[in-house]
Design a protein around this ligand. Structure first.
Ligand code: TNX
Length: 516
């Protein structure tokens, strides 16, 4: 059966029969499960050519179980058909399990001659370990056209991942249309050329690069994800990583120490010293931005970045120093906290929760902030101990933009090798955290930064198959790393790869890189 991520419990039904989808198979959707029925009809209809019309009783029956946790489900396949019950999202995850049970052909978008989709009789009971099972797509460093984002929403759903973190802005490009400040995308979404290779590489792709999502594109992505029980968390990074915005609106920068009118959208990688100026006008500008972002993204979490903000310009800027004195702050770290706290208040007043990278701990952590711990476990441990929520995504373990092995044939990437086995050995809750503090780890996230991923083929190669291992660390109640059975996982994964083949995912083969 090769289910991934591994469910909590699977048991074969007495008598080893199978359920087969045929021309007369019907689907019954009890209230609250209509969107899952629609999704099942779409994917299984495409794979079989059958209509799967509604009927009561149906051969495939979907129903909410009021006693079930929101993401828990139970799937029964027996002589009477298929029954999936659970919480609202759980029924959808159960439908994903059904698709896995039906075999690789259930992932094709047109029926092949002789295709028979068949699920063995069994019972699966299942629920996730964590409520935040995320993937970051960095659409700023290289723009990923909308179709690619929708495709990733489906790939996340197929692995029971439920948070899509869209890194929408960075030095190298601004990707979200903001009607009150149109130059953010008119100018900020385009760069003249692109560095390839390491941060100091002298090599450039001389073509212009860019693109952005219109507000309707983003509404569509959010709705498409919501149908699949995936929350989209938008990231507007501040006060660092803002060269594209400063290129579009030079007054956002520290104009008393640099000629910001000469700044263009950044064409190289690495960390920029051109950061936002600590003025009230800049706060207002970003409030305008968030006013529109909040309308587009109705989910509870808004990510404000906060990472890698060099303080060099603030140290040299008389205006920034005057601000520090006026606000009664001790230093530039507290000035960064002042930015973050401002937006923490802004978001809290609007019923949302702020998420930021672990640098937001420096200079004092905003009260309600959720910390995404990326530089290691330390930031997350400190935040959880202080009583804040934490998403663990340490770069040493789940940076899927890093290469999958050392070796000359591997594509060049940032960072160090993170093998499939190492990712499978990732544990989101470090032993330092116990009791209540451990419970503050609300989940985990794999990050796909895109400096070295210029298109979807590269993203597929970097993401898969490691994302499958990651999904299991996020969903399944695995034993501690030292006791995990990687060989058993690898065997199940081998059974899963044909599903990815049918979907057209160009994963890294288990025995080595692809020739490009
Ligand atoms: C660090 S993770 C960054 C990103 C880079 C990434 C490359 C984080 C908050 N900042 O800006 O893209 O490393 O792996």
């Amino acid at each position: 059966m090769d289910l991934v991520p591994a469910p909590s419990d699977t048991s074969a039904a007495p008598g080893t029969g199978a359920f087969t989808i045929g021309a007369t198979t019907t689907v019954e959707a009890a209230p609250g499960t209509e969107s899952t029925a629609r999704w099942l009809r779409t994917v299984l209809g495409a794979a079989t050519g059958f209509a799967l019309p509604p009927a009561t009783p149906g051969d495939i029956r979907l129903a909410l179980d009021p006693a079930a946790a929101p993401e828990a489900y139970r799937l029964d396949a027996d002589a009477t058909g298929i029954r999936i019950t659970g919480g609202p999202a759980g029924v959808f995850w159960g439908a994903q399990t059904l698709r896995q049970l039906l075999g690789p052909e259930a992932y094709r978008r047109a029926p092949l001659a002789g295709t028979k989709l068949r699920a063995p009789h069994l019972t699966v009971t299942d629920a996730p370990r964590f409520g935040w099972r995320g993937v970051l797509l960095d659409v700023a460093r290289h723009f990923l056209p909308k179709d690619g984002v929708l495709r990733y929403v489906d790939l996340l759903a197929a692995h029971k991942l439920n948070v899509l973190h869209l890194h929408l802005t960075d030095d190298q490009g601004w990707r979200v249309e903001i009607k009150s400040h149109p130059r953010l995308t008119e100018d900020g979404a385009w760069r003249a050329r692109t560095q390839f290779g390491p941060h100091d590489s002298p090599y450039f792709d001389e073509r212009r690069h860019g693109g952005y999502y219109t507000q309707d594109d983003l509404r569509e992505i959010v709705a498409y994800a919501a149908e699949r029980h995936i929350t989209v968390v938008p990231e507007i990074d501040l006060p660092g990583h803002n060269e594209a915005a400063i290129a579009a609106y030079p007054e956002l920068g520290n104009t008393d120490v640099v000629d910001t009118s000469a700044i263009g959208v950044r064409t190289t990688w690495g960390v920029s010293e051109n950061v936002l100026a600590p003025t009230d006008e800049v706060l207002r500008f970003y409030e305008d931005v968030f006013d529109e972002v909040l309308e587009l993204f109705p989910g509870p979490y808004i990510h404000i970045g906060g990472d890698e903000c060099p303080k060099t310009q603030w140290r040299r800027s008389p205006a920034a120093q005057a601000r520090i004195a006026e606000l009664g702050l001790a230093d530039e770290d507290e000035l960064q906290s002042w930015f973050i706290r401002h937006f923490d208040r802004y978001l809290t007043e609007r019923g949302r929760k702020l998420v930021g990278w672990d640098e937001i701990l420096e200079g004092g952590l905003a009260e309600g902030a959720t910390v995404a711990s990326w530089r290691g476990y330390e930031g997350g441990i400190a935040a959880a101990t202080a009583g804040n929520d934490v998403v663990m995504c340490p770069k040493q373990h789940v940076y899927l933009d890093y290469r999958q092995a050392e070796g000359e044939d591997e594509p060049w990437t940032l960072g160090h090798a993170q093998t499939l086995e190492a990712v499978y050995g990732f544990e989101p809750v470090p032993p330092e955290l116990t009791g209540e503090a451990a419970g503050r780890v609300i989940g985990t996230q794999a990050n796909l930064w895109a400096e070295t991923m210029e298109d979807i083929r590269k993203i597929d190669f970097q993401a898969f198959p490691r994302l499958v291992a990651f999904a299991e660390t996020a969903w399944s109640a695995l034993p501690p790393p030292a006791e995990r059975d990687f060989a058993e996982f690898r065997a199940r994964l081998a059974g899963h790869l044909p599903r990815l083949d049918a979907l057209g995912v160009e994963y890294r083969p288990l025995d080595g890189p692809r020739p490009w």
